[in-house]
Structure formats: C-alpha cells, structure tokens
Design a protein around this ligand. Structure first.
Ligand SMILES: [Zn+2]
Length: 262
C-alpha cells in the first residue's frame, strides 16, 4: 500500500511522497497442511479494486497486484494453496480479509465479537468491512475467551492435533474483536499483533510513532483508550521477555524485511 505521507508515515520525504505499508501474512507448515495468518488483499481485489471502496483506495492507495496476493505467493513457493486448511484472522478489515475467497475450503478462525461486528457494522465502521470478501460463505470457526492465559494475556488455544501451537490473543481496540496470533517456534514465540500497532518503535522503550501513523490509528480505531492500553501491555511484554517473544505487526515494512532476512 502506497499512501502519500512520506516521513509522516515512517517513510522518506515530504508529505506528498509515497510511503510504503505492507500486509504481513504468515504461512505455517503444520502436520502436512498449511495454516495462514491473515490473507491481505486477494485476487478478487486485484481484479476489481473498486470493491474496496473509494475512501480506502484514495487514502491508502493499495497496489492490488495479483503477484502480491497470498495465494500467488504460496504457489510461488511451490506449495499447493489447496493445502491451506486453516486461516486465522487477526480481524476482518478489508486489508486483512481480502484473500479469504482464494481459500474457499479453509476453516476461518476468528474472535467472535469481530465476526459479529463485520457482519453488521455500525454506520461509522461500514467502510472498514467489505461483505464481498466473505460472500462465498467461509467455514467460520468463532472463538470466545475460555480462561486460558498467555504471558498474562487472555488467549484461546487453536488447532489442537496439528502439532503446532497457535493461540488467539485478543488485543481489542483497533477493531471490535481484534486479536493477535501467537505461534510457538524454536526457542520462544512469535506474536503477530495485527493492527494493535503500526510502527515497530511503538513497542520499543521509550516508544515513538510517526505523527501520521498515530493520527491514522486514532481515526480508524474502534476504541482508542483500550487500543492504547493494549499497546502498553505489548510494550511491557517486549521489554520483560525480549528473548522469549518476538513481536510483528501487519503493516510495518521494516519488520517484514527483518523477518524475511531471518
Ligand atoms: Zn490493517
């Protein structure tokens, strides 16, 4: 996504310069099948960008290239997109749920309040969800908190039996039922924080954030107070457990590059 904003959005140059934001999805190989965390923009969006709505396209300026969709990148890795049997959604905003239609047979795990909000959004949130993204009728698997805890956060264990530890970690605020996704890896955990923060320095100590990204989060956020509180908790998590937990968010391109380099 190439919004204008330059340094105000963490890029380079003045306010009219193009900045760059990514939609960071994760693909997990598990028990002979594939698990996808978020789907970014999909082939349906590349074929018909208008379905994303004029405000989003004007402000965020998504590229909508077929080659950048998750399904094409999975094929590019030599894998079969039909093996994606589970999708875990941090939330259902249009830049995260656009590719659902590219994986029609997958179960889609989502925090229950998010699905409820996406299916009947209040007027002021109508632009953030695109009903066409789930018009094919996904196999929704709704989750509610069940008393489990992950580093002091509520959490819901997903996918028992797949030989991979994945947990949904509600991080409300950005949207009604926004959640992070924790994945166990060698030596610790990777926590995909979705849109709980937008710039990697927001979870650093001391925190900082380019002013345009801060304003954007306040404008699109569902509940600013809850969002800021959860961001504080993530910062604390990163500070106290730097060797056990690695945080990534959806849209920071430097974090994507760091992970790809690793
Ligand atoms: Zn987003």
């Amino acid at each position: 996504m190439c919004p204008r904003g330059g340094r105000l959005l963490g890029g380079a140059g003045g306010p009219l310069a193009e900045a760059r934001l990514v939609c960071h999805c994760l693909l997990i190989e598990a028990g002979g099948s594939l698990v996808l965390v978020d789907t970014g923009l999909g082939t349906g969006d590349a074929e018909d960008p208008k379905r994303l709505g004029r405000p989003f396209r004007a402000l965020v300026r998504p590229r909508c290239e077929l080659g950048e969709t998750a399904v094409r990148q999975i094929e590019g890795l030599g894998l079969d997109p039909g093996d994606v049997r589970q999708i875990v959604a941090t939330h259902l905003d249009l830049d995260h749920a656009g590719g659902l239609g590219d994986f029609r047979t997958a179960d889609v795990h989502v925090f229950a309040p998010e699905l409820a909000a996406a299916k009947s959004p209040p007027l002021r949130e109508r632009n953030r969800y695109v009903a066409a993204h789930w018009a094919h009728g996904p196999n929704w698997v709704e989750h509610d908190v069940d008393g489990d805890s992950w580093f002091g956060f509520d959490s819901v264990r997903l996918l028992p039996g797949l030989g991979v530890e994945v947990a949904l970690v509600p991080l409300l605020g950005h949207s009604t039922g926004h959640a992070g996704v924790a994945i166990r890896e060698a030596g610790g955990w990777l926590l995909h924080c979705g849109d709980a923060y937008f710039h990697t320095d927001e979870v650093a100590t001391p925190p900082s954030c380019p002013p345009g990204l801060r304003a954007f989060q306040n404008i699109v956020g569902h509940d600013a107070r809850v969002r800021r509180r959860n961001q504080e908790r993530l910062r604390e998590l990163a500070r106290v457990h730097p060797h056990e937990v690695r945080l990534i968010c959806s849209h920071d391109p430097t974090e994507l590059e760091r992970e790809q380099g690793a």
